[in-house]
Design a binder for this molecule. Structure first.
Ligand code: SF4
Ligand code: SF4
Length: 413
């Protein structure tokens, strides 16, 4: 075991390999306040990568309904329970920004024994993989019963009756549990973009990765007897799509998103210490500066590179278990955005090309008001997005353009 620094839990932790980072890291931000559960992302992925024999139950991208749904069923509830039972230290919790409980690597070493299992995990049953969105649209009610709508209705900031859609793909973790568990060294993290891949030639189908991945995003294919997983559409990241003339392009699931919840990028990293400061990269801004986007279950310890703007109507205790201690700040900031955050939000899904930098040109004040007792001013700023080569991809404004159709036009009857 080595000691590696995990910034999401604000401490060093034990991991089977030495700390090393790629030149850039594949990362994404999903705004859960916007997801409509349409599954367009799910089908974009399926029709590209997992439409063949033996892949029938394989959904590299899935959108599940929380709190009851999960693919595989109850994946997070099961692991949280296992961690709880394994960690007898009595800490198990966050102390400010520091997670003092045990990660899945530490729990395996201390309570199972390094030789038998490197990562605390479990192998889901075949039944548990059957549905990508079981309990679709089932809300939780006041007595914790499904579909029990509260008589008094709902109130912001948190609803008494609630559910939300959680879109998920492989997080291309900084410290992948799948990689740590593989006895064949068949899983590797690409040095150029941090994408985690399975070498299909080396894999022997032992399913140690399926057992170890806390997010259950490594999947066994019975027809070939090897593991497959999300490959981050790497030919698109490499700019091989003819449409982009060599410039990196977002993955299929990102590009297809109807709700405009997704923004994906390749963040700059230092090979010895992780994230490098890149102030005007939109992901760096959302995650490290505004801190509105948070990792999913950071306490597992893999340092996932998927980040979420938490849904504002969901009880905070549930969200804190899922996204860590930054939830209050993230939601408060999102609900009353400042000028820069409002402008950066306009970058979501305006292009399929990966945005490496943005610039804001200040525009006129449109109006001012109060939101939740805090002053809010809307400016019609222009935000300009640049690709890897520094070329402008597009520019857009905070206020959507307003068109008035003429009385007579071609489609008039
Ligand atoms: S989400 Fe799972 S499969 Fe993906 S890199 Fe992390 S541990 Fe591996
Ligand atoms: S396409 Fe976008 S809005 Fe639709 S389910 Fe997927 S993430 Fe949600």
């Amino acid at each position: 075991m080595s000691l590696v620094y995990n910034w999401q839990i604000n401490r060093k932790m034990e991991y089977p390999h030495a700390e090393h980072h790629p030149e850039r890291q594949f990362a994404f931000v999903f705004n859960l306040n916007r997801c409509i559960g349409c599954q367009t992302c799910t089908m974009a992925c399926k029709s590209t990568w997992t439409f063949s024999k033996g892949q029938e139950y394989m959904w590299w991208n899935n959108v599940e309904t929380k709190p009851y749904g999960g693919y595989p069923q109850s994946w997070d509830v099961k692991l949280l329970k296992m961690l709880d039972e394994a960690d007898t230290s009595g800490k198990r919790a966050w102390n400010g920004d520091t997670f003092e409980g045990m990660t899945i690597f530490e729990a395996a070493q201390k309570h199972i024994g390094e030789n038998s299992q490197r990562v605390l995990g479990y192998l889901p049953t075949d039944e548990e993989w059957r549905f990508p969105n079981i309990y679709e649209d089932s809300p939780i009610g006041p007595e914790g019963t499904k579909g029990n709508f509260h008589k008094e209705g709902v109130h912001l900031p948190s609803h008494k009756t609630w559910f939300f859609y959680l879109a998920r793909i492989c997080n291309h973790c900084t410290y992948p549990a799948c990689l740590a568990a593989c006895p064949r060294h068949a899983i590797y993290k690409r040095p150029e973009d941090g994408v985690v891949l399975v070498d299909q030639e080396r894999c022997r189908g032992y399913r140690k990765c399926v057992e170890a991945c806390p997010y259950k995003k490594a999947m066994y294919r019975p027809s070939t007897r090897v593991t497959e997983k999300c490959i981050a559409c790497y030919p698109r990241l490499e700019g091989k799509d003819p449409e982009t003339k060599g410039q990196p392009m977002e993955t299929r699931c990102m590009a297809a998103c109807i709700g405009q919840i997704r923004l994906q990028g390749l963040v700059q990293t230092n090979t010895d210490s992780g994230w490098a400061e890149d102030r005007y990269n939109p992901l760096y801004y959302l995650i490290k500066v505004a801190k509105v986007a948070l990792p999913l279950y950071p306490q597992f310890g893999t340092e996932p590179n998927g980040y979420y703007i938490p849904p504002r109507w969901v009880p905070r205790a549930f969200l804190k278990q899922m996204f860590g201690p930054g939830v209050d700040h993230a939601i408060d900031t999102y609900m009353v955005p400042d000028r820069e955050l409002l402008a950066v939000q306009q970058l979501f899904r305006k292009s399929n090309r990966i945005i490496f930098k943005y610039r804001i040109e200040e525009g006129p004040k449109v109006f001012e008001t109060e939101i939740h007792g805090k002053p809010f001013t809307l400016y019609n700023d222009t935000i300009i997005a640049y690709d890897k080569a520094g070329e402008e991809i597009f520019r857009t404004q905070v206020e959507e353009p307003f068109y008035v159709r003429p009385d007579k036009h071609q489609n008039s009857i």
